[in-house]
Design a binder for this molecule. Structure first.
Ligand code: E4P
Length: 225
């Protein structure tokens, strides 16, 4: 399961990258707004920091297919290889996806709330389709269930498209999709950090450390023996 950071906070991205096995970064216009700086400058900083080959997903904001395509070309020129053009699912967006796919450009279809939106985007050539799990939960639907259904539909139709589940509030939502074999998730730094935190683990580490110190001496490690 590709695991991506849904953030444009460079400090938080660097911290997660230091400790976690991460495949890239996703952004959207709201995330870039929260970063409080020039969006393209921030995206370039993220691209410069990430390892070679990492995915960077960047959203277009134009409302016509022709403009979306121009934006996509500009984004790719500025941010280079392995940049995925995120396009919301609406009629002009789907038209742009078809054309960009013919041009060999990587596409992530976003703002997905229904399985059929995902299916049509996949047929139009999207490499990833991004259902908004928590936002679905917030309006009375089961976001995890919809993401699973999309995964099953894409698998059953042998489509070359993965689910990139997005908009998570907690680790349980991530677990439920991981268990289902989903292709990719993107989550905020705080949700990602929670994936490895457990009070019992911290307590076990503390006990092991204290036991070792009591037999080998304070602040010793295996290197001292
Ligand atoms: C990612 O592609 C989405 O834009 C993002 O996950 C939405 O997350 P939010 O619901 O936390 O804003």
């Amino acid at each position: 399961m590709y695991t991506l950071i849904d953030s444009a906070d460079l400090k938080a991205i660097k911290k997660i990258y230091e400790f976690f096995p991460i495949d890239g970064v996703t952004t959207n216009p709201s995330i870039l707004k929260n970063a409080g700086t020039n969006p393209m400058e921030r995206l370039k900083e993220i691209r410069a920091f990430m390892p070679h080959g990492a995915q960077l997903h960047v959203q277009t904001v134009s409302l016509t297919a022709a403009e979306i395509i121009k934006e996509a070309e500009h984004i790719l020129k500025e941010l280079g290889e392995n940049t995925y053009i995120k396009i919301p699912v609406f009629d002009q967006g789907i038209k742009a996806m078809k054309l960009l796919h013919q041009m060999g450009i990587n596409i992530t279809a976003t703002a997905i709330y229904t399985p059929m939106q995902a299916f049509i985007a996949a047929k139009a050539g999207a490499s990833f389709v991004a259902p908004y799990v928590n936002r679905l939960d917030n309006v009375g639907f089961d976001g995890v269930e919809i993401a699973r259904l999309i995964h099953d539909i894409l698998t059953r139709h042998n489509m070359d498209t993965m689910v990139l589940a997005a908009s998570f509030k907690n680790t349980q939502q991530v677990l439920n999709l991981c268990e289902h074999g989903i292709g990719a998730i993107t989550a905020s730094p705080s949700v990602l950090e929670q994936l490895i935190n457990h009070q019992m683990t911290e307590s076990a580490i503390e006990d092991f450390t204290n036991d070792f110190f009591s037999v080998a001496g304070e602040d010793k490690t295996m290197l001292d023996l």
